[in-house]
Write a protein that binds this ligand. Sequence first.
Ligand SMILES: [Zn+2]
Length: 331
Amino acid sequence: MAESVTGTSGTTGIAASAATGGGAGTTGSVTAVATGASTSAQVLHQPVTSGAAISPRTWADVAEAGKRANVPAGLWMRCESCTAMLYRKNVEQNLHVCPECSHHYRIGADERVAQLCDPGSFEPMWQNITPKDPLKFKDVKSYKQRLADTQKKTGHADAVVCGKGFVKGRGVALACMNFHFLGGSMGSVVGEKITRTIEMATQSDLPLVIASCSGGARMHESTLSLMQMSKTSAALARHDQAGGLFISVLTDPTTGGVTASFAMLGDVILAEPNALIGFAGPRVIANTVRQKLPDGFQRAEHVMGKGFVDRIVHRKNLRSEISRVIDFAGK
Ligand SMILES: [Zn+2]
């Protein structure tokens, strides 16, 4: 655009370039120059008028240009808690915890397994159990379609990864929930896999570790989801009667039907710092009781103060803490 203007000379040149390049409202200023007295004046004025015809540079543009700095996308991130600019790789190497403020980011089931187990020791189980849609549930999208999309996105059949592995050399039955799969919601597959993990722990006399990360029961499966609460709880009762150990790890968020069933039934309940732990969300409660909720309401520290959590453990110490509890329990 600028080239075409400087390349032309004389009245018609300016008018032509303005007509081709200028937006609405620019023609007026160009015409004024075109009807001017001298050609030299036109030439002198040319950069000014043609500049206006193109689009005047504003301070907003400068700010915009500043934003478009030539940095590859995703290399840096801003901490959602302390707003510090962080090199993404540093955060990943730091177990997805902000190095500045210790904010614990949500991680998927695979990362959780990798963080908890000794390298290469985890054996996934029951990966072929896939969810069905017995109720033909449909909201804006059909449940069937939603499942297909989420399975493709996450590479998992459902919202939990179960199996056995070693934590600092101690064998464990392990289940890790995946919030990235429909909010880590518990449908019949999640309930079934967790129940099988519990039963495997009971039969093999292994300590059981479940890392919860869930919004609760899966509404798409209605009462079939709710039934998983009693199913998992009954399996845990049998595990307990057989003298088994269950370490429940609550991560952000652990809410709804998961809190109301197995997550709160641990012999020892550990929680990550600042994890949201509760049944109904704080907004629902605030609207119901019509009172201002205390600071940190339903956060791990607050919940520990009420006796629901035994210990808050930084992610980097989870492995040590779990193995210490296993040793303490003589498992
Ligand atoms: Zn931070």
